[in-house]
Design a protein around this ligand. Structure first.
Ligand code: ZN
Ligand code: ZN
Length: 229
C-alpha cells in the first residue's frame, strides 16, 4: 500500500472514532476502514459486550487486542466479509446474518463469478437475522430492516434510543448502494429506503459501510436518488 493511501486510511479511521451522543443513551463506537474498497467496520460498546458490524479485510488485525462478543454481517459482498471467518475463529464469538448471506458465503465460486480474485472462507450463522423489532443484542435493542436491492439479504440495524442506523451499503451520504451487481434491483432498493429508513426520525445518525456519516434528515432533503420521483 502506498504511504499516501495508508495515511488517508488512518485519517479516516481516526476521524471515525466517534462517540455518538444522542437522546437517551450513547455508544462508544470505533470505526476501522480497510480492504480494497475502504469498507467500514464498526465496533460498538454495548452494555453486555462489544458488537462488531461487518468484517472487512484487516479488521481481525485491527481489533486483535479488543474483545469482540458478537459479529453481525450486513450483507454478503466480499468487502464486508473478508475477515469474518478469522474473527469468529479467533474471538470465538457468535455471528448473525440474514440466511441469504449465509447461502452466498457458502458459495466459494461467488467472488470469481463477480470477476474478483478472492476466495472467501465461509462462515455459518449462529443466528439468522430477519426483519424484526427490538432484537436484544448484548443488552441493547435493535430493529432489523431488510432492505434488498443492493444485494439480496441486505440488512440495516437501528437503535431507537441512540437514534443510530448501521446502514451497510444501502444508504450513503449523497448516495445509495449500487444495484448493477448480480441480484441488484434499483426500484426495490429505493422503495425500501423510502419506506423503512426515511420514515425514521430526521436526526437519526447513519453510519454507512463506505464514506462519511450522515443523517436521515439530510438524506431525505438532499439525496438526489431519493428526492426525484
Ligand atoms: Zn455491498
Ligand atoms: Zn461495500
Amino acid at each position: 500500500m502506498s504511504k499516501g493511501r495508508k495515511k488517508i486510511l488512518q485519517k479516516l479511521s481516526l476521524k471515525a472514532n466517534l462517540s455518538v451522543m444522542k437522546t437517551e443513551i450513547s455508544f462508544k463506537i470505533t470505526c476501522f476502514t480497510g480492504g480494497p474498497v475502504e469498507t467500514h467496520a464498526y465496533l460498538i460498546a454495548l452494555p453486555e459486550g462489544n458488537l462488531l458490524v461487518d468484517a472487512p479485510e484487516g479488521a481481525a488485525d485491527y481489533f486483535r487486542e479488543m474483545p469482540i462478543n458478537f459479529l453481525i454481517l450486513t450483507h454478503s459482498h466480499f468487502d464486508h466479509v473478508m475477515d469474518a471467518a478469522k474473527i469468529v475463529r479467533e474471538k470465538k464469538c457468535p455471528v448473525a446474518m440474514h440466511f441469504i448471506t449465509e447461502e452466498h458465503l457458502a458459495d466459494k465460486t461467488l467472488c470469481r463469478r463477480f470477476g474478483l480474485p478472492y476466495e472467501i472462507e465461509p462462515v455459518k450463522a449462529t443466528t439468522y437475522l430477519q426483519e424484526s423489532k427490538q432484537q436484544n443484542i448484548l443488552g441493547a435493542h435493535f430493529d432489523v430492516f431488510e432492505v434488498p436491492g443492493h444485494c439480496p439479504g441486505s440488512i440495516c440495524l437501528y437503535n431507537e434510543s441512540a437514534k443510530i442506523l448501521f446502514g451497510g451499503d444501502v444508504l450513503f451520504a449523497g448516495g445509495v448502494g449500487r444495484w448493477d451487481l448480480p441480484g441488484g434491483n434499483g426500484k426495490l432498493l429505493i422503495d425500501g429506503i423510502r419506506k423503512k429508513l426515511l420514515t425514521l426520525s430526521p436526526e437519526t445518525c447513519v453510519l454507512p459501510g463506505h464514506g462519511p456519516e450522515t443523517t436521515i434528515g439530510r438524506e431525505a432533503k438532499t439525496n438526489g436518488y431519493l428526492i426525484s420521483s
